[in-house]
Design a protein around this ligand. Sequence first.
Ligand SMILES: [Zn+2]
Length: 80
Amino acid sequence: MGCRECTDKSDLLRVVLERGSLIPDLRGRLPGRGAYLHPVPACLEQAVRRRAFNRAFRGPGPFDLAELREHVERTAQATP
Ligand SMILES: [Zn+2]
């Protein structure tokens, strides 16, 4: 997803939609349409604000962000 605030030091995280929930595809192997996101909270919130997931998955939502948000926050804490 387009993001001008991040440098390319962070790897993009693939996200898939599974039964209404956005799931981080940690091994890059989950089937279906994917969206790509920097695994940082600012980018996640920006994507939500811009309804980027609605565009990526062609649905009106709302999508359940709990698992994705938890993963992103955990990743952010692990990275100095
Ligand atoms: Zn970003």
